[in-house]
Design a protein around this ligand. Structure first.
Ligand code: DLZ
Length: 161
């Protein structure tokens, strides 16, 4: 992380997740997708050294509620990073746009308000197949990627302290 020699920087290396406390907030809407994202995130955190006691999982009804659920984590559970997992699938109305806009802006606001990582792991897809492809299917599991982002961002913050 400290090197200025870019040829020495390995973007694929993941810092240890030992002694980091994670919150995961999961939307119940499209739960066949979101629970798969959560499973991927939990497995990845553990693979990198996080313990069960340091992974806290809570559920909210839909993606619109994710920022508030994540805020409860920040205020009540003293976590180092929160992973936000949801899946919004486009319908016939503009509901999709409003939910996506709400959860995106809400997540940005939390990052800056609490000065800690709130990782955006929300799938925003045209249909269910695109979501399945990204929840353990042919495009991997975006829950894994969200977990790695959370670990890296905590390590980044620690590197400034
Ligand atoms: C209402 C709704 C709709 C139509 N679609 C989704 C969706 O695809 N994914 C999702 O996570 N949530 C959806 N919701 C629920 C909203 O996120 C929210 O829970 C309700 O509008 C209540 O605030």
């Amino acid at each position: 992380m400290a090197t200025k020699d870019l040829s020495q920087y390995d973007a694929n290396s993941v810092p240890s997740a030992q002694n980091i406390r994670f919150g995961i907030v999961v939307a119940e809407w499209n739960q066949e997708i979101t629970f798969a994202l959560a499973e991927g995130a939990i497995n990845t955190l553990k693979k990198h050294g996080a313990t069960d006691e340091n992974i806290l999982v809570k559920y909210v009804p839909g993606s619109f509620e994710l920022p508030l659920g994540a805020q409860y984590f920040a205020e009540m559970e003293n976590v180092d990073a929160v992973i936000i997992l949801g899946c919004v699938i486009q319908g016939e109305t503009r509901h999709f746009d409003f939910i996506c806009q709400g959860v995106t802006q809400g997540t940005i606001d939390l990052n800056l308000k609490y000065n800690k990582p709130f990782v955006f792991g929300v799938l925003t897809t045209e249909n269910q197949q695109q979501a399945l492809d990204r929840a353990g299917g042919k495009h991997g599991n975006k829950g894994d990627e969200a977990a790695i982002t959370a670990i890296k961002m905590v390590a980044l913050k620690t590197s400034f302290q």
